[in-house]
Design a protein around this ligand. Structure first.
Ligand SMILES: NC(=O)C1=CN([C@@H]2O[C@H](COP(=O)(O)OP(=O)(O)OC[C@H]3O[C@@H](n4cnc5c(N)ncnc54)[C@H](OP(=O)(O)O)[C@@H]3O)[C@@H](O)[C@H]2O)C=CC1
Ligand SMILES: O=C(O)C1=N[C@H](C(=O)O)C[C@H](O)C1
Length: 232
């Protein structure tokens, strides 16, 4: 598979290393200021910055190249990208987190929220910890987790930092070079239940994005990691 990388930072470099180990090649690296040229790429993988994601995805779709995007912090414009993909008969996957472990954690989170729904004595909150270079807060993964809880509970929204009843409080911590830890806590007067996903490196995110690209390469339409991993 010939890959065009949109963004050649920490994730772009990790993806390149693992993709080459899996027998793929990186034919193009497009960073800030570079002109879009997808050469003969089979797929584009975007891990860039919130302000660049929409242009990156749009250019790939308009060039007829399937695109996998993991950039976070731009999701208010996701419906536009879905429409553009359909207009161009293209192929597109976005995930706030591509690691297989986190995608299983997403399902576990929803299952737990379903079980806790009737138990008013528990309050749910979340903490996400990431490296100090991260631009967005809360993390895209934390937002997906909060949306999973909202789907299954009486909570109506999430809020960064401050506690508000009926909202899920998300605490964002920026610390050294932490790759990404997400913890969900249900607290009552008598006990607490916690579930946690802790990434040991960026390899899980990168491998998941490559698996998604391998899966998407010859497909059309808008898909999710749930489709890729066949999670019911
Ligand atoms: N979905 C997932 O599984 C994961 C998502 N992420 C997300 O991926 C994104 C990237 O993370 P990370 O690699 O750590 O960040 P980095 O800051 O290391 O890399 C971002 C890269 O994008 C480049 N860039 C800036 N503007 C543009 C542009 N217009 N077009 C193309 N590239 C551009 C930057 O170049 P320069 O430095 O020159 O500005 C930099 O090389 C973040 O949004 C992060 O939240 C991260 C890990 C996993
Ligand atoms: O910026 C990061 O590093 C990460 N970003 C993603 C997010 O915002 O959820 C995924 C992962 O946690 C690492």
């Amino acid at each position: 598979m010939k890959i065009a990388l949109l963004g050649y930072g920490r994730m772009g470099k990790t993806i390149e290393k693992l993709a080459v180990e899996r027998g793929h090649s990186v034919v193009k690296k497009i960073d800030q200021g570079d002109t879009y040229d997808f050469a003969d790429a089979d797929v584009a993988i975007d891990f860039s910055v919130p302000d660049a994601a929409v242009d990156n995805i749009s250019m790939a779709l308009k060039s007829g190249v399937p695109v996998v995007s993991g950039t976070t912090g731009w999701l208010d414009r996701y419906p536009e990208m879905v429409a553009l993909c359909k207009e161009n008969n293209g192929a597109f996957i976005y995930a706030s987190n591509f690691s297989v472990g986190v995608n299983i954690f997403f399902e576990l989170n929803k299952k737990l929220a379903q079980m806790m729904k009737a138990l008013d004595s528990y309050n749910v909150s979340m903490t996400e910890v990431h490296h100090i270079h991260k631009l967005d807060a809360p993390s895209g993964t934390a937002i997906t987790l909060a949306e999973g809880i909202i789907e299954e509970s009486s909570k109506t929204d999430w809020i960064l930092g401050n506690e508000e009843s009926n909202k899920i409080t998300i605490k964002a911590v920026r610390e050294a070079e932490v790759p990404g830890t997400h913890t969900i806590t249900y607290q009552s007067d008598v006990d607490e239940i916690m579930i946690e996903h802790k990434a040991h490196s960026r390899n899980g995110f990168a491998l998941g994005a490559i698996i998604a690209a391998e899966w998407l390469k010859d497909k059309k339409g808008v898909h999710t990691m749930k489709d890729v991993l066949n999670l019911s």
